[in-house]
Design a protein around this ligand. Structure first.
Ligand SMILES: [Zn+2]
Length: 355
């Protein structure tokens, strides 16, 4: 079967690897779709910290069960499914017992671990889902309802991450929620804010992303700004909260500069969510006056709990959130480099790879 592996920064190769064979309580799944995302593109462009080459990648996927192992109900063959595996936690450590399984001491930052596995392509061991087939434990698969489209289903974990961050904030009807970064992460956050009765403002440097946020109805207002100063002026022009600024600012980029910008833009007594991930060791500078005297609450958000996944699944199943809107274009696996380059250059929101 074909699989796409990274051999170095911007060096992706589609190679032949052995097709996996299923064991007891396992299923062989034909991967029907796997999305490019901010994470996969970062991994493509500069590698993953501490991880050697070659390795597979791609994590938002959906497929169809084509074969099952011993002990698995044969009627599952032909069913569409996704996997929640990276979201599993030990359920017995200090954090899991306190309901913070996203911080699990055993599998916390589990996705990082998945992404750091050693691949052995010659033996068919390829991580990620930019590949034709995958072998999964049946207990880790979620069988999709008939009416749920794989284009939406493959992004349920992505929606779950947004829900996790969203739940940390106290958003009330009538609040203004600004989002620094109008990519897919920011758009989902704004959609969730709408569900709470808030008005949303998208702030970005990229006009295409702002147009998209407006077009899909996620952003009520859009601001094109290169830095905090420009964004602040534009927020004043919009007279958000009589010029005091948004009640909540969500950082959905993942850069030190935008972390600082988010804290600068929020109103006194407001809340900031640092949602975009930044590599370990990065430093930012805040005016302590803002945090102490202006009583600004700053929150981080990392990972998901199964509760977040269930909420995301419901929103997608009900059609309240349709992540398929993020698919700019589709590419066969053999053209994955083209899709990753377009994503990297910001020429679209996300791209679907069809293995
Ligand atoms: Zn745990």
């Amino acid at each position: 079967m074909k699989a796409a592996l990274l051999y170095g920064p911007r060096d992706v190769r589609v190679i032949d690897v052995p097709k996996p064979s299923v064991g007891p309580l396992e299923a062989l799944v034909k991967v029907k779709i796997c999305m490019t995302s901010g994470t996969t593109v970062k991994q493509y462009a500069r590698g993953y910290p501490g991880r050697g080459y070659p390795h597979g990648f791609g994590y938002e996927w959906a497929g169809e069960i084509v074969e099952v192992g011993e002990g698995v109900d044969k009627s599952l063959i032909g069913k569409k499914c996704i996997s929640f595996a990276p979201e599993y936690a030990c359920n017995s450590c200090f954090f899991c017992i306190r309901g913070q399984s996203n911080l699990c001491a055993q599998t916390g930052h589990a996705l990082d671990k998945v992404r750091c596995e050693v691949d052995e392509p010659e033996k068919g061991k390829v991580s990620g889902y930019f590949k034709e087939y995958t072998k999964e434990k049946i207990s880790e698969l979620y069988i999709l309802p008939e009416h749920m489209h794989i284009d939406d289903a493959c992004q349920i974990p992505y929606v779950a991450y947004a829900i996790h961050g969203h739940k940390i904030l106290r958003i009330n009807p009538g609040d203004y929620v600004a989002c620094v970064g109008a990519g897919a992460m920011g758009v989902i956050q704004m959609m969730l804010a709408h569900l709470k009765g808030a008005k949303t403002i998208a702030i970005d440097v990229n006009e295409d992303r702002l147009d998209f946020a407006k077009k899909v109805g996620a952003a009520d207002f859009v601001i094109k700004a290169k830095n905090a100063h420009e964004a602040k002026m534009a927020l004043k022009d919009l007279n958000i909260n009589n010029g005091w600024g948004p009640d909540i600012v969500i950082e959905a980029v993942g850069l030190p500069q935008t972390y600082e910008e988010a804290v600068e833009l929020v109103r006194r007594g407001g809340q900031v969510l640092l949602y975009g991930g930044i590599p370990e060791g990065a430093k930012v500078t805040f005016d302590t006056y803002r945090l102490h005297y202006d009583e600004i609450a700053v929150f981080g958000s990392s990972g998901v709990t199964m509760e977040d996944v269930i909420r995301a699944r419901n929103l997608v199943e009900w059609g309240t959130v349709k992540p398929s809107i993020f698919i700019t274009d589709r590419f066969p696996l053999i053209k994955i480099k083209e899709a990753l380059e377009l994503h990297l250059q910001g020429k679209g929101i996300k791209f679907a790879i069809i293995p």
